[in-house]
Design a protein around this ligand. Sequence first.
Ligand SMILES: Nc1ncnc2c1ncn2[C@@H]1O[C@H](COP(=O)(O)OP(=O)(O)OP(=O)(O)O)[C@@H](O)[C@H]1O
Ligand SMILES: [Mg+2]
Length: 468
Amino acid sequence: MKGRVLVVDDEKHQRDILHMILESEGYESVAARNGRHALQALRERPFDVVLTDLKMPDMSGIDLLSELLKAAPRLCVILMTAHGSIGSAVDAMRKGAFDYLTKPLERDELLVVLGKAMERSRLVRENEDLREQLRDRFRLENIVGAHGSMQDVFRIVHKVAPSTSTVLIYGESGTGKELVARAIHQESDRRQRPFYAVNVAALPEGVLEAELFGHEKGAFTGADAGKIGLFEQASGSTLFLDEVGDLKRDLQVKLLRTLQEREILRVGGRERVRVDVRIVAATNHDLDAAVREGRFREDLYYRLNVITIALPPLRERRTDIPLLVEHFVTKHGGSGRSRSVSPEALKVLVNYDWPGNVRELEAVIERSLLLSDGDAVLPGDLPPAVRAGITPRGRGTAVLDIPDSGIDLEGVERALIAKALEKTGGNVSRAARLLGLSRRTLQYRLEKMQGAPEGATAERKGAVEGDA
Ligand SMILES: Nc1ncnc2c1ncn2[C@@H]1O[C@H](COP(=O)(O)OP(=O)(O)OP(=O)(O)O)[C@@H](O)[C@H]1O
Ligand SMILES: [Mg+2]
């Protein structure tokens, strides 16, 4: 069987001829005498191609075309038009018909066009199957991301989750590091056990050590009872070490030993305890730099850095913003009312730079849904900074403020340049780096500053004020 064709024509004679030709060519054909029957037939079973007459009493071929495409957007529909109604044929093509044939039909022409339609239908189907497979494979619970970079992340997660390899997740704050860590656990065969997480940066060193490795009774004052640490609790499961870049040197050594030997020593204990923990670590710092500057042990870095997943900042995958918005509207929109974000507001959201990444976007959506009066969030419901596209991103810019009395911008620039030079002992290249300028630019500004007589800026400022 070459494919299934649905023939729609109000004339029995036409239906019979077509049926005969199609069957003799190895197609399976089903005939319908009007649009209603055709739609009914399509609901019952899929067809590769629909061949429909244009002029029919109750539903025209064009109307049927629209209905068919509503039900199956990629269906190949061929219209048969009487001689001289080319206008309608063109209209049909514009509305999404695959092709048209003029009556009386030529057997050869019919078969050529039908063959092409079958081929297209096959490609569409293959493509859909493929996409279906991809969707199933590269989808993680609760994680939204269609951008290529996120699809890469999903792919790596699927690949590495079943192993026990250590995974290091990089990403700015709010990019979803913890979400991905949880997904790795969920996709692994450790998913029956709970996921354990600890934020390394949040606890003082001593507390963290006891938290991770546990302690024996009497190990330190106040240790009235022994305590099982996270490494032991999470044995057989996954332990997420958040902000691992902030780990102090002493604990870096202990963590390294644990990773190497897969054993721990409780604080105050003597016996080493075997643990089988899958470590997923995350950091929003540049660990490379920390290693170079001696703040992070290189050997531990290599131990952790077996598999890395880099989560791109949201501003580098803006096409995901509409999807995330939809996701968060569903999540926070509440039941009952159907909530949405207006196209204008969505545009503002897509253009904003999101220094706090997905977490910030989620907070903005949640807040805007609460504040908006109507069903749809409008630009006016968004926070002013988002509307104005102002981002406090960038080193040191967030600490600046402008007093009501105003400032002298060139004076501030001069002061900052002087400060940078002071910090670097007069080294222009390093000062330029501190200021985020090229050496040449800084050199140029220095020359300009030196060339300008003292007080020149004040005079100019006075002139501007005088003009106003
Ligand atoms: N791709 C995503 N799809 C859906 N929700 C997301 C996505 N990325 C992040 N989120 C949501 O954004 C919030 C922040 O995510 P998460 O805590 O994983 O970020 P993080 O990288 O660990 O941030 P931080 O460095 O600040 O700890 C969470 O509420 C999470 O559910
Ligand atoms: Mg986090």
